[in-house]
Design a protein around this ligand. Structure first.
Ligand code: 9MR
Ligand code: ZN
Length: 546
């Protein structure tokens, strides 16, 4: 059967059978453990899988939570620290099963990291690596320039961006940056990680990132300009990638794409230096080529889809933070004064110095400078550190007044809100790891708990993880392969109060609180798509927690 489109007829939403919400992967023995109950009940019990009561306590009324519309009671079972599998019971309801243990996140960490292998374009997903989710080679034909149909370029490789088969430079650069910084800050987490992907002489995560960086290099022209994206003219139907054989096009250069390429190639040259001098050198040369292009093109060159094309736009209103990030990384990679000057010139008040992408990337530049081993201006270092620490404190205050312990307010539940959730956790991780502010760890944990089930819908937003989990993302191969179990490790976009697609508006009643505007259905791209830059912050945070 060759099904081409998902079913958009209204159905009933798949709702959690559980009434008590906990992290379905689990909790570290020594950490705070809280489950959330959206109804009044005096006491609760934690039982093991034989039904034996291991802990009991009284719930605490946290109060009305705005983003979810829930009146929340909290069940705190922090003192329970014996490794094992458990459920919580209260008021005749139960939670999903969860574990307490020192390695409760290893499986989800591996799965969200391996997700990139499944998104590889060009080489096929082999059965020996991908198991049942294998497929053939895709998108290997040369791409034609949109503006010059006579010219064709080979830009095969890289990862599919998301549920669609497009490959977009700024999105890819952002995802690679998260993964490379995860490696730089928490290398130990990747040491023992075995993802069962094709071998290179680097930790698996770096082999995987290299696959995308090699593609990025192909997207660069000789003059340092970088094509904004390579896609077909229209989004493919819901077929396997190798069945999407329409003509590929390369779309015009944007200054965001050039700056982000300069940045991530400079960053990569630093990371791969210890493993492969030649690759590191190619990355640095590419970064410098794009720096030359930036110098010659001081004006903003944005991106809008030309007529006749409906694939992702990834437009931005300006390129200020992108240029800042580029020069910060170029300076960190080379120590050349000219890049330091340019970085300072690019520093403006109009972008936040903690933002970690994909559009605003000032925080990536700040991170680069904080970690830089060349001469640094101490006033700048403090400015960048203060940006992370002030934002971190602000986020703690928001989380403290949230019924579900996360630094997210109603408006933050927009398209891809799980990226917001995870980049907040990244900020806590940076505060802990770089600024030595230990209290932030519990905040990072509460955000992971929310992603993995401690949320008002009681769903784990990661495919393949948790007893009640999303399984029907808006992801072409996951639909077209006909396999019931979804490709694992994909982070769903998550709740979006704007319900930005017709299916979402049909299935979720108007007025639903934003944190509950989610449906696990292939048909909803604004609630349930996946992307490479929604997975990457989760990899970063889980690497930190390992
Ligand atoms: O992630 C993007 C989101 O922030 C935007 O609101 C949305 C609409 O423009 O587009 C999202 O990006 C999509 C991209 O354009 C194409 N690949 C899938 C991305 C996720 O939906
Ligand atoms: Zn492909």
């Amino acid at each position: 059967m060759n099904r081409k489109y998902f079913d958009t007829t209204p159905k009933t939403r798949r709702m959690s059978p559980f009434g008590i919400f906990a992290d379905q992967a689990g909790y570290y023995p020594e950490s705070v453990k809280r489950a959330f109950i959206p109804f009044e009940c005096g006491s609760f019990e934690v039982t093991d899988m034989n039904g034996a009561v291991c802990y009991s306590g009284s719930t605490v009324h946290a109060g009305m939570d705005k983003a979810s519309g829930d009146d929340v009671w909290t069940a705190d079972f922090t003192p329970l620290d014996s490794p094992g599998s458990y459920v919580i019971r209260a008021g005749g309801r139960t939670s999903a099963m969860f574990c307490i243990g020192g390695d409760v996140y290893s499986d989800v960490f591996d799965k969200v990291s391996k997700a990139y292998y499944y998104l590889r374009c060009g080489c096929g997903v082999e059965e020996r690596y991908g198991g049942v989710w294998h497929h053939g080679k895709c998108h290997t034909s040369p791409a034609r320039l949109w503006d010059d149909r006579e010219r064709e370029v080979d830009v095969s490789g890289g990862w599919h961006d998301a549920g669609d088969y497009g490959r977009y430079v700024t999105a890819g650069a952002c995802a690679c940056a998260h993964l490379l910084y995860a490696y730089r800050l928490f290398p130990g987490a990747f040491d023992g990680q075995r993802l069962n992907i094709p071998e290179e002489n680097t930790p698996d995560i770096l082999s995987e990132v290299r696959y995308e960086l090699e593609w990025l290099l192909k997207m660069q022209r000789e003059d340092g300009g970088v094509y904004h994206k390579v896609t077909t003219d229209l989004h493919a139907p819901f077929v396997m990638p190798e069945e999407d054989t329409e003509q590929l096009y390369l779309f015009p250069v944007s200054s965001m794409a050039v700056a982000d390429t300069a940045a991530v190639c400079a960053l990569g040259s630093h990371v791969y230096r210890d493993f492969d001098k030649d690759f590191s050198g190619r990355l640095l040369a590419a970064a410098k080529r794009s720096a030359v292009w930036l110098e010659e093109h001081p004006e903003f060159i944005g991106f809008h889809n030309p007529e006749g094309c409906n694939t992702g736009g990834y437009g931005e209103g300006d390129d200020h933070s992108n240029r800042f990030w580029a020069y910060a990384e170029l300076y960190a990679a080379t120590g050349e004064a000219v890049y330091h000057d340019r970085m300072e010139q690019a520093l403006r008040e109009d972008f936040p110095l903690w933002a970690l992408g994909y559009g605003e990337v000032g925080g990536l530049g700040a991170l680069s400078y904080i970690l830089c081993d060349k001469d640094r201006d101490t006033a700048l270092v403090s400015r960048f550190e203060n940006a992370f620490s002030a934002r971190g404190k602000e986020l703690c205050t928001i989380a403290d007044s949230c019924g579900y312990d996360v630094a997210m307010e109603g408006n933050d539940y927009c398209w891809g809100s799980n990226m917001g959730l995870m980049t907040r956790a990244m900020i806590f991780a940076v505060n802990d790891r770089l600024l030595g502010e230990k209290g932030f760890r519990e905040y990072a944990l509460s955000h992971i708990h929310c992603l993995l089930g401690a949320n008002p819908l009681g769903i784990s937003y990661v495919t393949g993880v948790g007893e009640f989990r999303c399984n029907y993302p808006h992801l072409r191969p996951a639909f077209a392969d006909g396999i019931e179990e979804c490709i694992p490790g994909m982070v769903a976009g998550g709740p979006n109060g704007h319900r930005s697609d017709p299916f979402a508006r049909g299935i979720i009643p108007e007025g639903t609180p934003p944190m509950k505007c989610y449906a696990d259905d292939t048909a909803s791209y604004s609630l349930n798509e996946i992307t490479i830059y929604w997975n990457s912050p989760a990899v970063f945070v889980l690497a930190y927690l390992q």
